[in-house]
Design a protein around this ligand. Sequence first.
Ligand code: ADP
Ligand code: ZN
Length: 619
Amino acid sequence: MHISNIGDSQAVPDHASRALEILRTVFGYPAFRGQQQDIIAHITSGHDALVLMPTGGGKSLCYQIPAMIRHGVGVVVSPLIALMQDQVDALETAGVRAAYLNSTQSYDEVLQVEQAVLKNELDLLYIAPERLVTPRCLNWLKKAEISLFAIDEAHCVSQWGHDFRPEYIQLSVLHECFPDVPRVALTATADRQTREEIVSRLKLDSARQFISSFDRPNIRYIIVEKENARRQLLDFIRTRHSGQAGIVYCLSRRKVEETVAFLTEQHISALPYHAGLDHAVRAENQARFLREDGIVMVATIAFGMGIDKPDVRFVAHLDMPRSMEGYYQETGRAGRDGQPATAWMAYGLQDVVLQRRMIDESDADMVHRRIQKEKLEALLGFCESLTCRRVRLLEYFGESSEPCGNCDVCLSPPVAQDGTEDMQKLLSTIYRVGQRFGALHVIDVLRGIHSERVLQWHHHELSTFGIGRGKSAAEWRSVLRQAVAAEYVFADHDEYNALKLTEKARPVLKGETKVFLRPYVRPDKKRKTLSITTGQPALPPQEQKLMERLKWWRMEVARRQNMPAYVILQDATLREIAVIKPKTPDDLLHIAGMGSKRLSMWGRDILELVSGFDESSDE
Ligand code: ADP
Ligand code: ZN
């Protein structure tokens, strides 16, 4: 059953009710989210639009539904060739007539799709930008009826962004060749500069701009002090996200490999992804991550662009990213389905030192380096924040908000302590040892440890020897980290990371500035306070069992059809089925995410599974 004649209903004046009907019957959702309805109305009536919405906000429906209502085929430009198959599968599974054109297809397959377009048999066509802008393709499309152009990942047009694609610049020809076809550009990149570039390069001056909040309320932000990062990661996965899909970001290829080995040893299904791996291995790992349940992808930032997997439950950073933009983009890959998810980061002194060094040693010019430095400072401020993480994050992107109640700071507020005296102890010890020693030694002196090196240099005779006995080494590392983050101290790379004082240290030593510190929290304590309110309430045991069975069933179907599990039905839908236990097809149709095509394909199976489960559990 294809919803084949929806495109012929242009005569119906009431687009709004048509759009709602499609949302309900085809996609199985009861209501539009955020600005979806306005955007759809605007595009359906033939106008251009620029849509800025965070990842998981629901951008796809904004062009899919207008393409289904308007005459002709909606052409979707997307750079993510590897994902086209899944996108088209998901649409077909919902009963939408869709196809794609890219370099992976044979000549015959291409011809078939082209014919289908000319015969007006498709609602949506996904196409790679480099193909679209060829004269052959443009000429062919001129013979077809086109309902709209959707330019996905529109920030790829920005020469300053890291996802720049030269072909995107040529997309301005669409406006010249098809002046009457509405165009919509979509992106999850928030900053103003990119937005302006999209408008000017794609000639979207008259497009209406729809800008949503960039908040991702279902993501919980947690930053912990790094002690033994891998152990902390393991603990985090085991206690909060056992058996769930997640991404772990590391800075280097080697660390990716080591982390995979560690997690595998601990019986967690982990796969590596970095640019040093063979192309085939990378593709295979990505496919497994998308298709199988509960895989942890350990990766460098080479991984993630356009990863559409909706049920990534956590993103963990074992190393600090370079900027707030990077942090936001990477953590944003969690929880696209709107269900609770966690962004977790282990952060420590080494991260600050390493990132500063990378900037110092890069061969970028002065201006560039200064920008990088500023971006890093903003991120450090975020990591050391004593106020709500979300407020800080959104503020960086120009949005104001209230404390969220869903980040580590809100959930267990650190009480800022007057750390002036501790800071002075640390700074003067660094000074007394001649600014020639690294963190380990300085902390030994503070704590009054008679180490070999202390004795060798007679540092036990210093006036500061042992003045920090009351604190553990971990506590002093925390003070030192904050000293480096605040730039009282820097680690000199040219001298084996010897700690040195900066100009900013002087007023602190003289007692002219007060210093407030984030108190040190032992990692095990933190876990307890934070696990009190884990996002989603656990299902009762019976429902949990039913959920497991539904997942098994879904895995079977997915394997048979060679599609990712989430294309069949998303977790949230299975969860609702497990809770509501529908008895009739009509009950089932009311579950969010079903829709009539899915009902016709799997309704019987699911209802049988549910009723069979009820009977067996009565025994
Ligand atoms: P984006 O492209 O903005 O990252 P998607 O279009 O992939 O987001 O949508 C994210 C998720 O939200 C998908 O799982 C989609 O099915 C779901 N979704 C979109 N719109 C709605 C809606 N109105 N109601 C419920 N779920 C929705
Ligand atoms: Zn908060």
